[in-house]
Every structure is written in structure tokens, then in C-alpha cells.
Design a protein around this ligand. Structure first.
Ligand SMILES: [Ca+2]
Ligand SMILES: [Ca+2]
Ligand SMILES: [Ca+2]
Ligand SMILES: [Ca+2]
Ligand SMILES: [Zn+2]
Length: 483
């Protein structure tokens, strides 16, 4: 195997600060290829040293550091924690390891942690990365303290190296800043430049070039084409999508979307699907309007709800991370078709909140899908109280039954009676890109069971939402967006 390795060290802060103008740095192989993982390797697995002298809570700190990179909406990274490993070695052995080094530290006493990456010279494809932690010269902890280094803080930086990002030296509180202070925790939260860097290396976006609306054939367990595929001149890089009732006519035929571009960041759009009665051959999906939204450093997921109870699903819920790394739910309302949506309320979530997907359910209820350890997901139902700016738990459905090699791409609700979102659709794909939609319904004892599962042959959808494309007042068709 013609693999080489590159290494990167996180150094103790002791020197003057070199300057760099770039917002993020990537690495190239000698042949000029960008050094990064290929998506087929996702989820990127990792092991953690079982050394008992690691401080209590260290494993959770490492997992949280991986989680913060997983939360980057436009990159859609995924990692899988494979468990503890005894005496791991720095080696191109197909195991990405976090290694606790007490004796024989090889990178100098100034170096706090060190990432070693193996990649192919020809195409820059990463095959292995091991991260060593210097426990010989430094004391470590999992909570801020003036004398120790915070594990999550340092790991967030080293995982940036694992992904292919290089050190930057222009801003102290950046995660990829190449120096560190004792007691520091500012690297734990990623900011817009880390979002830009990881999204450049691992772009996840979908274009409306391939959109199709389908109705669900329960008997035949398939999706029947409803609207043909549509072209759109915009080709916006959509990362989040949800149907909504933007013009408040009671029909959820509009699509709310958040797109991401490196230059302009996050933009909120509303699109309107053509009315099936209109027989023109060439109706494209028109962007009705678009607004910049203050998405902070990252937008994770989006849903449409009727939060104010006026009978119209015209409120948009966006979960984003602020520049300070705080996850927050913002609820917007369309005041009129001509104006930008106004912010109704803002609900901060705990800093460790791991929600990655969201669906609007009945009225003011939302389902949250949280990633727990590796590729397991917890599903819960919450009530959104906009007057008290509160989110309260209504039902915890527990773990979503998804195979370990499957990744959830979208969740959305479907209506069987007007205004009653009774079914949750889950779009998931396996490592080979084979996709399937599971239809989940709550049982009387508060659990979710799968009532129908549809394999999606051929296409590789990346986003899905329910929509009322036939205008019968029910959100019971599905829009799939393929790459
Ligand atoms: Ca290894
Ligand atoms: Ca409408
Ligand atoms: Ca409403
Ligand atoms: Ca319908
Ligand atoms: Zn570094």
C-alpha cells in the first residue's frame, strides 16, 4: 500500500503568534490531492485507549468532541465509537485510536497531543489516523481547571486534524488554533470557520435538479410518482428541507429550505411546487423568495409547525448553533408573503444537546432525533411553547430501530386526517447508499412501531419531506431530493 503519513501537533502556548489570513487550512498530498476521507468510509470509526489512568469521564469527553463535528449541518459527518482498546499502537492498522501515552512520548515535551494520518499519495485518501495524548508531561481533566488540560477541548482540535484540517494561527479561540492554554475550553465549540473547513472537505448538499413528489402506495409498499422530476435554474445547495404553508392557504405545497454556500453561509428560501392542475410542460420550481437568516455558526435541522395554533403550518423551526457553540431553537413566522419571516421565539438547549434531525408533528409538537453514541438514535416528542419560550418533553420513544451501518438522512411527519400528523417517516441509507423509508406509528403504550417499510430502488435520495402536492389538505405525499 502506497500510503504515507503526515503528522500534526498541538503545542503548548509559549511563543509569539504567527499570522495567517486563511479561515481554514487543508492539506494536500505531494501530487496535489486534498487529503481527506472518502464518504464510503463513513461512519469513521474510532477506538479509545482502555488505560485506567485516564481521568473519569474522559471517554464521554472524547465522544462529545466527535459529536460537535457531527453536528455540522452542511458536512453531515458521521463517526462510530467502537469501544475501548487495550494498548493501542500508532500504526496503519485500520484502527483509528485515541492513545493515552504516559511513557515514551516521542513528540517533545511542548507537544500536548499528536495526530498521525496515513493517506494514499495518489489521491490523498485517508486510511488511518491515530491521535496520541501526552499524559507524560501534562495533567488532564474533563472540567475546566487552571492546572489541567481539558480532554474535550484538545480532542475537538485533534479530530479536526483527523478530518484533514490543518492548524491555523490567526485567532485564539478557534478550534483549529495551533496553541492551547491550560483550563481552556474554547476549542470545544466549533465556529463558522470550522464549519466552512469541514464542509469544504465533506460537502453535503442537494440540488433541486432532481426532485420528485410521490404518493405512498401502502398495499404495494412502494412510492408512486406523482410529479415528474423538475429542473431548477438555481441549483441551490440545499442542506435542510421541510414543507410548509408559506402563503397560509391551508395547503402545504411550499418547501422551506436552508442552503449553504461557503461565501454567503446559510440562506433560507421558500419554493413553491407547481400545481398539478397546471398542464404546462415546463414549470420549474420557483424560488418565491429568499432571506439570509442569522444562522450563527451552524444550522443543524429544520421543521415546519403550527406553533401559534392558527391552523396553519406557517412557523419554521430551525435548530442552530450560535457562534458561542450553544444549540438554540429559533421559531420564525411568515408575517406576509412579501416580508422576511420574523423571529417568534428563541429556546436555548443544553450545550451537549445532540439533536440532528427534527420533524413538525401535530400543532405545536416536534419530534427530535438525537444521536447517542455512535450511530444510535433516540427519538422523543416535545411541545413547543412559544409564549413561555419553552420546550417540554411529551414522550420519549427511546431508541430508533436503525441498523448499525445505516444513517438517518431525514425525518418528517405524514397526515392521515387533516391536521393530524400521525405517522413519522424516517429516511435512512446504508453504507452502499441503499435507501429506505420506514413509517413509524406510536402505539398506545407510548412506543413507536414500524407499520410500513419501503425500499427505494435505484435512486440515492439525500433529503425527504412530506408535502401536500395534490392540494387535498393532507401532508401525505413525499418529496425526495437526490444528489
Ligand atoms: Ca491506527
Ligand atoms: Ca400553501
Ligand atoms: Ca401557525
Ligand atoms: Ca396531499
Ligand atoms: Zn494542531
Amino acid at each position: 500500500m502506497n500510503a504515507r503519513y503526515c503528522s500534526a501537533a498541538l503545542l503548548a502556548l509559549c511563543l509569539g503568534l504567527p499570522l495567517s489570513a486563511r479561515a481554514y487550512q487543508i492539506r494536500y498530498s505531494r501530487t496535489g490531492s486534498v487529503i481527506r476521507w472518502v464518504r464510503a468510509e463513513f461512519p469513521i470509526h474510532y477506538y479509545i485507549d482502555s488505560n485506567p489512568s485516564m481521568p473519569a469521564g474522559a471517554v464521554e469527553g472524547v465522544i462529545r468532541a466527535f459529536q460537535s463535528w457531527e453536528n455540522v449541518g452542511p458536512a453531515r459527518l458521521s463517526f462510530a465509537y467502537r469501544g475501548l482498546i487495550k494498548s493501542p499502537a500508532v500504526a496503519n492498522d485500520g484502527k483509528n485510536c485515541i492513545i493515552w501515552v504516559e511513557d515514551g512520548w516521542r513528540h517533545g515535551a511542548q507537544t500536548i497531543a499528536h495526530a498521525t494520518t496515513w493517506y494514499f499519495l495518489e489521491d490523498g485518501r485517508i486510511v488511518d489516523c491515530d491521535i496520541e495524548v501526552n499524559a507524560r508531561d501534562y495533567d488532564w481533566s474533563t472540567a475546566p481547571s487552571a492546572e489541567t488540560l481539558d480532554i474535550q477541548n484538545v480532542m475537538a482540535h485533534e479530530i479536526g486534524h483527523l478530518l484533514g484540517l490543518d492548524d491555523i494561527f490567526n485567532s485564539l479561540d478557534r478550534t483549529m488554533f495551533g496553541f492551547i492554554l491550560r483550563g481552556e475550553t474554547t476549542k470545544r465549540s466549533l465556529d463558522i470557520d470550522e464549519v466552512r473547513g469541514s464542509s469544504f472537505l465533506y460537502p453535503f448538499s442537494a440540488s433541486f435538479e432532481a426532485i420528485e413528489a410521490s404518493s405512498i402506495d401502502r398495499e404495494g409498499e412502494s412510492l408512486l410518482p406523482f410529479l415528474p422530476r423538475r429542473d431548477t435554474p438555481e441549483g441551490a445547495n440545499i442542506i435542510l428541507i421541510s414543507s410548509c404553508d408559506w402563503d397560509r392557504d391551508g395547503i402545504g405545497r411550499e418547501l422551506a429550505a436552508v442552503s449553504y454556500e461557503e461565501e454567503s453561509g446559510f440562506t433560507f428560501h421558500v419554493y413553491r411546487l407547481p400545481d398539478p392542475e397546471e398542464k404546462e410542460e415546463d414549470i420549474s420550481i420557483a424560488a418565491k423568495d429568499e432571506w439570509m437568516i442569522a444562522a450563527g455558526s451552524n444550522a443543524r435541522c429544520m421543521a415546519a409547525v403550527d406553533a401559534d395554533g392558527d391552523g396553519s403550518r406557517d412557523e419554521i423551526v430551525i435548530l442552530k448553533d450560535t457562534a458561542e457553540g450553544e444549540p438554540v431553537i429559533n421559531v420564525y413566522k411568515f408575517s406576509s408573503a412579501m416580508e422576511a419571516p420574523s423571529l417568534l421565539c428563541r429556546i436555548p438547549l443544553g450545550t451537549s444537546d445532540s439533536t440532528t434531525h427534527m420533524a413538525g408533528m401535530n400543532g405545536d409538537e416536534i419530534c427530535l432525533l438525537r444521536k447517542v453514541e455512535g450511530r444510535r438514535y433516540n427519538l422523543s416528542l416535545h411541545k413547543l411553547d412559544i409564549s413561555r419560550e419553552k420546550l417540554s418533553l411529551k414522550e420519549n420513544y427511546g431508541e430508533l430501530p436503525v441498523a448499525p451501518d445505516e444513517e438517518v438522512l431525514s425525518i418528517f411527519s405524514l397526515e392521515e386526517d387533516a391536521g393530524k400528523a400521525a405517522v413519522l417517516g424516517v429516511l435512512a441509507a446504508d453504507a452502499k447508499g441503499r435507501a429506505r423509508i420506514d413509517f413509524m406509528e406510536p402505539t398506545p403504550d407510548g412506543e413507536l412501531s414500524c407499520s410500513l417499510s419501503i425500499q427505494l430502488p435505484g435512486s440515492s435520495p439525500v433529503l425527504a419531506t412530506s408535502i401536500d402536492s395534490n392540494g387535498d389538505g393532507l401532508l401525505n405525499e413525499i418529496v425526495l431530493i437526490t444528489e
